[in-house]
Write a protein that binds this ligand. Sequence first.
Ligand code: IPM
Ligand code: MN
Length: 359
Amino acid sequence: MATYNIGLLPGDGTGPEVLEEGVKVARAAAEKFGFSFDATLFDFGGERYKKTGEILPDSAIDEFRKLDVLYLGAIGHPDVAPGILEKGILLRVRFELDQYINLRPVKLYPGVETPVKNKGPEDIDFVVVRENSAGLYTGVGGIQRQGTPYEVAMQTMVYTRNEVDRCLRYAFEYTRKRNKTNTLTLCGKTNVLTYVYGLWERAFHEMGAKEFPDIKRDYAHVDATTMWMVKNPEWFDVIVTGNMFGDIITDLGAMVQGGMGIAAGGNINPEGVSMFEPIGGSAPKYTGMNIINPLACIFAGQMMLEHLGENAAAAAIEQACVDFLNAGVIKGLAASDIKAAGMTTTGIGDWIANRVAEL
Ligand code: IPM
Ligand code: MN
Protein backbone atom coordinates (compact mmCIF):
# COMPACT_ATOMS: atom_id res chain seq x y z
CA MET A 1 0.00 0.00 0.00
CA ALA A 2 1.35 3.37 -1.00
CA THR A 3 1.91 5.90 1.77
CA TYR A 4 2.48 9.52 0.84
CA ASN A 5 4.38 11.97 2.99
CA ILE A 6 2.24 15.05 2.97
CA GLY A 7 3.10 18.38 4.54
CA LEU A 8 0.14 20.36 5.86
CA LEU A 9 0.35 24.14 5.96
CA PRO A 10 -2.96 25.35 7.42
CA GLY A 11 -1.74 28.97 7.57
CA ASP A 12 -3.96 31.83 8.63
CA GLY A 13 -7.59 32.83 9.10
CA THR A 14 -9.96 30.21 7.76
CA GLY A 15 -7.05 28.26 6.23
CA PRO A 16 -6.98 25.66 9.03
CA GLU A 17 -10.75 25.12 8.81
CA VAL A 18 -10.81 24.46 5.08
CA LEU A 19 -7.65 22.35 5.17
CA GLU A 20 -9.17 20.15 7.85
CA GLU A 21 -12.04 19.33 5.50
CA GLY A 22 -9.73 18.89 2.53
CA VAL A 23 -7.68 16.36 4.49
CA LYS A 24 -10.82 14.63 5.74
CA VAL A 25 -12.02 14.10 2.17
CA ALA A 26 -8.58 13.11 0.86
CA ARG A 27 -8.29 10.54 3.66
CA ALA A 28 -11.73 9.15 2.83
CA ALA A 29 -10.60 8.73 -0.78
CA ALA A 30 -7.32 7.16 0.33
CA GLU A 31 -9.11 4.65 2.50
CA LYS A 32 -11.43 3.67 -0.31
CA PHE A 33 -8.71 3.33 -2.93
CA GLY A 34 -6.10 1.66 -0.77
CA PHE A 35 -3.41 4.18 0.04
CA SER A 36 -2.62 6.41 3.00
CA PHE A 37 -1.03 9.62 4.16
CA ASP A 38 1.69 10.26 6.64
CA ALA A 39 0.98 13.90 7.49
CA THR A 40 3.33 16.45 9.05
CA LEU A 41 1.91 19.71 10.32
CA PHE A 42 3.77 23.00 9.78
CA ASP A 43 2.31 25.95 11.68
CA PHE A 44 3.86 28.78 9.66
CA GLY A 45 1.75 31.87 9.20
CA GLY A 46 0.71 35.13 10.82
CA GLU A 47 0.24 33.85 14.38
CA ARG A 48 3.65 32.23 14.54
CA TYR A 49 5.25 35.28 12.98
CA LYS A 50 3.62 37.56 15.55
CA LYS A 51 4.76 35.35 18.43
CA THR A 52 8.29 34.48 17.33
CA GLY A 53 9.19 36.73 14.40
CA GLU A 54 9.85 33.62 12.38
CA ILE A 55 8.36 33.47 8.89
CA LEU A 56 9.78 30.34 7.27
CA PRO A 57 13.17 29.04 8.41
CA ASP A 58 15.58 27.33 6.02
CA SER A 59 15.17 24.14 8.04
CA ALA A 60 11.50 24.03 7.03
CA ILE A 61 12.42 24.23 3.36
CA ASP A 62 14.77 21.29 3.94
CA GLU A 63 11.89 19.37 5.54
CA PHE A 64 9.61 20.22 2.61
CA ARG A 65 12.13 18.79 0.17
CA LYS A 66 11.70 15.36 1.73
CA LEU A 67 7.93 15.32 1.28
CA ASP A 68 5.85 13.95 -1.57
CA VAL A 69 3.56 16.94 -1.59
CA LEU A 70 2.41 20.04 0.33
CA TYR A 71 -1.20 20.99 1.02
CA LEU A 72 -1.88 24.62 1.98
CA GLY A 73 -4.90 26.29 3.60
CA ALA A 74 -4.37 30.05 3.24
CA ILE A 75 -1.73 32.69 3.88
CA GLY A 76 -2.50 36.28 4.98
CA HIS A 77 -3.10 37.83 8.40
CA PRO A 78 -4.90 41.13 9.14
CA ASP A 79 -2.25 42.20 11.71
CA VAL A 80 0.69 41.57 9.39
CA ALA A 81 1.53 44.07 6.64
CA PRO A 82 0.55 42.78 3.21
CA GLY A 83 3.38 41.09 1.37
CA ILE A 84 5.38 39.82 4.34
CA LEU A 85 3.70 36.44 4.64
CA GLU A 86 2.79 36.14 0.97
CA LYS A 87 6.37 36.74 -0.09
CA GLY A 88 7.96 35.03 2.91
CA ILE A 89 5.93 31.85 2.75
CA LEU A 90 3.95 31.35 -0.45
CA LEU A 91 6.35 32.87 -2.96
CA ARG A 92 9.39 31.56 -1.09
CA VAL A 93 8.12 27.99 -1.25
CA ARG A 94 7.38 28.40 -4.95
CA PHE A 95 10.88 29.68 -5.64
CA GLU A 96 12.86 27.40 -3.31
CA LEU A 97 11.11 24.26 -4.50
CA ASP A 98 11.19 25.53 -8.08
CA GLN A 99 7.46 25.05 -8.53
CA TYR A 100 7.60 26.52 -11.97
CA ILE A 101 4.04 25.73 -13.00
CA ASN A 102 0.89 27.21 -11.55
CA LEU A 103 -1.94 25.04 -12.75
CA ARG A 104 -5.41 26.56 -12.57
CA PRO A 105 -8.41 24.67 -13.87
CA VAL A 106 -11.37 26.93 -14.69
CA LYS A 107 -14.37 24.66 -14.64
CA LEU A 108 -17.98 25.57 -14.01
CA TYR A 109 -19.77 22.77 -12.20
CA PRO A 110 -23.50 22.14 -12.52
CA GLY A 111 -25.36 23.90 -9.76
CA VAL A 112 -22.78 26.68 -9.52
CA GLU A 113 -23.73 30.14 -10.67
CA THR A 114 -21.46 32.05 -13.03
CA PRO A 115 -21.73 35.82 -13.49
CA VAL A 116 -21.24 35.23 -17.22
CA LYS A 117 -24.61 35.50 -18.91
CA ASN A 118 -25.89 32.59 -21.02
CA LYS A 119 -22.93 30.33 -20.33
CA GLY A 120 -23.11 26.95 -18.66
CA PRO A 121 -20.85 24.06 -17.64
CA GLU A 122 -20.49 22.97 -21.27
CA ASP A 123 -18.96 26.38 -22.10
CA ILE A 124 -16.64 26.94 -19.16
CA ASP A 125 -14.01 24.23 -18.90
CA PHE A 126 -10.44 25.24 -19.57
CA VAL A 127 -7.10 25.24 -17.80
CA VAL A 128 -4.55 28.00 -17.33
CA VAL A 129 -0.88 27.02 -17.15
CA ARG A 130 0.84 30.01 -15.52
CA GLU A 131 4.62 30.24 -15.41
CA ASN A 132 5.26 30.40 -11.67
CA SER A 133 8.97 30.97 -11.08
CA ALA A 134 10.16 33.96 -13.07
CA GLY A 135 9.09 37.05 -15.00
CA LEU A 136 8.09 40.10 -12.98
CA TYR A 137 7.92 38.04 -9.79
CA THR A 138 11.68 37.67 -9.33
CA GLY A 139 12.00 41.30 -8.30
CA VAL A 140 14.84 42.17 -10.64
CA GLY A 141 15.16 45.93 -10.33
CA GLY A 142 15.52 48.46 -7.60
CA ILE A 143 14.72 51.85 -6.28
CA GLN A 144 16.88 54.94 -6.15
CA ARG A 145 16.53 58.40 -4.59
CA GLN A 146 13.49 57.14 -2.72
CA GLY A 147 11.25 59.85 -1.34
CA THR A 148 12.60 62.56 -3.63
CA PRO A 149 10.98 63.95 -6.78
CA TYR A 150 13.79 62.17 -8.67
CA GLU A 151 12.84 58.76 -7.39
CA VAL A 152 13.43 55.93 -9.85
CA ALA A 153 11.68 52.58 -9.50
CA MET A 154 12.37 49.63 -11.75
CA GLN A 155 11.02 46.11 -11.82
CA THR A 156 11.97 44.17 -14.87
CA MET A 157 10.35 41.26 -16.62
CA VAL A 158 13.09 38.72 -17.21
CA TYR A 159 12.72 35.35 -18.90
CA THR A 160 15.39 32.91 -19.96
CA ARG A 161 14.80 30.57 -22.87
CA ASN A 162 14.97 27.64 -20.50
CA GLU A 163 12.31 29.06 -18.19
CA VAL A 164 10.03 29.62 -21.14
CA ASP A 165 10.75 26.23 -22.70
CA ARG A 166 10.11 24.18 -19.59
CA CYS A 167 6.78 25.92 -19.01
CA LEU A 168 5.74 25.49 -22.64
CA ARG A 169 6.71 21.82 -22.62
CA TYR A 170 4.56 21.21 -19.56
CA ALA A 171 1.67 23.07 -21.21
CA PHE A 172 1.93 21.12 -24.47
CA GLU A 173 2.14 17.82 -22.63
CA TYR A 174 -0.76 18.77 -20.40
CA THR A 175 -2.87 19.71 -23.43
CA ARG A 176 -2.10 16.37 -25.05
CA LYS A 177 -2.95 14.45 -21.88
CA ARG A 178 -6.16 16.42 -21.36
CA ASN A 179 -7.16 15.54 -24.92
CA LYS A 180 -10.15 17.88 -25.11
CA THR A 181 -9.79 19.95 -28.28
CA ASN A 182 -5.99 19.63 -28.28
CA THR A 183 -5.58 23.38 -28.51
CA LEU A 184 -2.97 25.36 -26.64
CA THR A 185 -3.38 29.15 -26.60
CA LEU A 186 -0.38 31.32 -25.83
CA CYS A 187 -1.51 34.44 -23.97
CA GLY A 188 1.01 37.27 -24.43
CA LYS A 189 1.48 40.84 -25.49
CA THR A 190 3.62 40.57 -28.60
CA ASN A 191 2.46 43.96 -29.85
CA VAL A 192 4.11 45.83 -26.98
CA LEU A 193 6.32 43.51 -24.90
CA THR A 194 8.11 42.51 -28.05
CA TYR A 195 11.27 41.15 -26.40
CA VAL A 196 9.80 38.93 -23.72
CA TYR A 197 6.65 37.79 -25.47
CA GLY A 198 8.55 37.67 -28.73
CA LEU A 199 10.70 35.01 -27.10
CA TRP A 200 7.62 33.18 -25.81
CA GLU A 201 6.05 33.24 -29.25
CA ARG A 202 9.14 31.95 -31.08
CA ALA A 203 9.72 29.23 -28.51
CA PHE A 204 6.01 28.28 -28.63
CA HIS A 205 5.95 27.74 -32.37
CA GLU A 206 9.36 26.09 -32.54
CA MET A 207 8.52 23.56 -29.86
CA GLY A 208 4.99 23.03 -31.14
CA ALA A 209 6.04 22.37 -34.72
CA LYS A 210 8.86 20.06 -33.71
CA GLU A 211 7.55 18.11 -30.75
CA PHE A 212 3.78 18.58 -30.65
CA PRO A 213 2.44 18.61 -34.23
CA ASP A 214 -0.80 17.05 -32.92
CA ILE A 215 -1.55 20.13 -30.76
CA LYS A 216 -3.20 23.13 -32.41
CA ARG A 217 -1.46 26.40 -31.59
CA ASP A 218 -3.38 29.58 -30.98
CA TYR A 219 -2.33 33.02 -29.79
CA ALA A 220 -4.18 35.83 -27.97
CA HIS A 221 -2.94 39.08 -26.46
CA VAL A 222 -3.60 39.25 -22.74
CA ASP A 223 -6.16 42.05 -23.03
CA ALA A 224 -8.06 40.11 -25.67
CA THR A 225 -7.78 36.98 -23.53
CA THR A 226 -9.71 38.65 -20.69
CA MET A 227 -12.36 39.63 -23.20
CA TRP A 228 -12.71 36.11 -24.66
CA MET A 229 -12.72 34.51 -21.21
CA VAL A 230 -15.97 36.35 -20.57
CA LYS A 231 -17.44 36.52 -24.07
CA ASN A 232 -16.48 33.09 -25.46
CA PRO A 233 -14.92 30.95 -22.73
CA GLU A 234 -15.79 27.85 -24.77
CA TRP A 235 -13.01 28.77 -27.19
CA PHE A 236 -10.34 27.78 -24.69
CA ASP A 237 -8.87 24.39 -23.93
CA VAL A 238 -5.49 25.18 -22.34
CA ILE A 239 -3.96 28.65 -22.00
CA VAL A 240 -0.25 29.11 -21.28
CA THR A 241 1.20 32.43 -20.13
CA GLY A 242 3.84 34.22 -18.07
CA ASN A 243 3.72 34.82 -14.34
CA MET A 244 2.13 38.27 -14.13
CA PHE A 245 -0.49 37.80 -16.83
CA GLY A 246 -1.23 34.40 -15.35
CA ASP A 247 -1.81 35.90 -11.92
CA ILE A 248 -4.34 38.33 -13.36
CA ILE A 249 -6.25 36.07 -15.71
CA THR A 250 -6.55 33.25 -13.16
CA ASP A 251 -8.47 35.52 -10.77
CA LEU A 252 -10.79 36.34 -13.64
CA GLY A 253 -10.99 32.60 -14.26
CA ALA A 254 -11.97 32.03 -10.64
CA MET A 255 -14.86 34.46 -11.00
CA VAL A 256 -15.98 32.91 -14.27
CA GLN A 257 -16.15 29.48 -12.64
CA GLY A 258 -18.24 30.73 -9.74
CA GLY A 259 -15.88 32.47 -7.34
CA MET A 260 -13.12 32.01 -4.81
CA GLY A 261 -15.20 29.45 -2.95
CA ILE A 262 -14.50 26.88 -5.61
CA ALA A 263 -11.21 27.79 -7.33
CA ALA A 264 -8.18 25.60 -6.65
CA GLY A 265 -4.63 25.64 -7.92
CA GLY A 266 -1.42 23.69 -7.94
CA ASN A 267 2.15 24.99 -7.67
CA ILE A 268 3.95 22.27 -9.51
CA ASN A 269 7.49 21.13 -9.90
CA PRO A 270 7.05 18.14 -12.20
CA GLU A 271 10.38 16.75 -11.00
CA GLY A 272 10.12 17.81 -7.37
CA VAL A 273 7.77 18.73 -4.53
CA SER A 274 4.51 20.44 -5.47
CA MET A 275 2.01 22.39 -3.39
CA PHE A 276 -1.76 22.50 -3.76
CA GLU A 277 -4.00 25.29 -2.45
CA PRO A 278 -7.40 26.88 -2.63
CA ILE A 279 -6.72 30.20 -4.32
CA GLY A 280 -9.07 32.32 -2.19
CA GLY A 281 -7.55 34.17 0.73
CA SER A 282 -7.64 33.58 4.47
CA ALA A 283 -11.01 35.38 4.92
CA PRO A 284 -10.11 36.48 8.48
CA LYS A 285 -13.56 37.82 9.32
CA TYR A 286 -15.04 34.34 9.10
CA THR A 287 -12.36 32.66 11.20
CA GLY A 288 -13.70 30.13 13.67
CA MET A 289 -17.32 30.53 12.58
CA ASN A 290 -17.52 27.21 10.74
CA ILE A 291 -19.22 28.81 7.74
CA ILE A 292 -16.37 29.20 5.25
CA ASN A 293 -16.73 27.11 2.10
CA PRO A 294 -14.21 24.24 2.02
CA LEU A 295 -14.95 23.25 -1.59
CA ALA A 296 -11.96 25.07 -3.12
CA CYS A 297 -9.65 23.30 -0.68
CA ILE A 298 -11.32 19.96 -1.36
CA PHE A 299 -10.82 20.51 -5.10
CA ALA A 300 -7.16 21.35 -4.37
CA GLY A 301 -7.02 17.94 -2.68
CA GLN A 302 -8.43 16.37 -5.83
CA MET A 303 -5.64 18.01 -7.85
CA MET A 304 -3.11 16.78 -5.32
CA LEU A 305 -4.26 13.16 -5.65
CA GLU A 306 -4.22 13.44 -9.42
CA HIS A 307 -0.67 14.73 -9.19
CA LEU A 308 0.28 11.76 -7.03
CA GLY A 309 -1.11 9.48 -9.73
CA GLU A 310 -4.15 8.44 -7.67
CA ASN A 311 -6.53 9.19 -10.51
CA ALA A 312 -9.45 7.04 -9.38
CA ALA A 313 -9.38 8.63 -5.93
CA ALA A 314 -9.20 12.11 -7.47
CA ALA A 315 -12.13 11.33 -9.76
CA ALA A 316 -14.16 10.12 -6.78
CA ILE A 317 -13.56 13.41 -4.96
CA GLU A 318 -14.67 15.36 -7.98
CA GLN A 319 -17.78 13.21 -8.35
CA ALA A 320 -18.65 13.61 -4.68
CA CYS A 321 -18.29 17.39 -4.97
CA VAL A 322 -20.50 17.40 -8.06
CA ASP A 323 -23.09 15.33 -6.18
CA PHE A 324 -22.94 17.79 -3.31
CA LEU A 325 -23.44 20.76 -5.61
CA ASN A 326 -26.28 19.02 -7.43
CA ALA A 327 -28.00 18.13 -4.18
CA GLY A 328 -28.78 21.83 -3.75
CA VAL A 329 -27.87 21.81 -0.06
CA ILE A 330 -26.40 25.30 -0.45
CA LYS A 331 -27.73 27.96 -2.82
CA GLY A 332 -24.41 29.72 -3.32
CA LEU A 333 -20.75 29.39 -2.38
CA ALA A 334 -20.33 32.35 -0.03
CA ALA A 335 -20.10 32.02 3.75
CA SER A 336 -23.47 33.81 3.96
CA ASP A 337 -25.03 31.13 1.72
CA ILE A 338 -23.67 28.38 3.92
CA LYS A 339 -25.03 30.07 7.00
CA ALA A 340 -28.40 30.72 5.31
CA ALA A 341 -28.67 27.02 4.43
CA GLY A 342 -27.99 26.04 8.03
CA MET A 343 -24.87 24.27 6.77
CA THR A 344 -21.33 24.38 8.15
CA THR A 345 -17.76 23.99 6.94
CA THR A 346 -17.43 20.67 8.77
CA GLY A 347 -20.88 19.60 7.57
CA ILE A 348 -19.86 20.04 3.95
CA GLY A 349 -16.64 18.12 4.55
CA ASP A 350 -18.56 15.29 6.20
CA TRP A 351 -21.12 15.19 3.39
CA ILE A 352 -18.46 14.91 0.70
CA ALA A 353 -16.27 12.46 2.64
CA ASN A 354 -19.29 10.20 3.23
CA ARG A 355 -20.21 10.41 -0.42
CA VAL A 356 -16.69 9.44 -1.45
CA ALA A 357 -16.95 6.39 0.78
CA GLU A 358 -20.29 5.27 -0.66
CA LEU A 359 -19.56 5.95 -4.37
C1 IPM B 1 -1.74 33.84 -6.35
C2 IPM B 1 -1.61 34.99 -5.37
C3 IPM B 1 -0.13 35.28 -5.11
C4 IPM B 1 0.50 35.67 -6.43
C5 IPM B 1 0.11 36.35 -4.04
C6 IPM B 1 -0.59 36.05 -2.75
C7 IPM B 1 1.57 36.59 -3.80
O1 IPM B 1 -2.29 36.10 -5.83
O2 IPM B 1 -1.37 32.72 -6.00
O3 IPM B 1 -2.22 34.05 -7.47
O4 IPM B 1 0.50 36.84 -6.81
O5 IPM B 1 1.00 34.77 -7.10
MN1 MN C 1 -3.20 35.86 -7.73
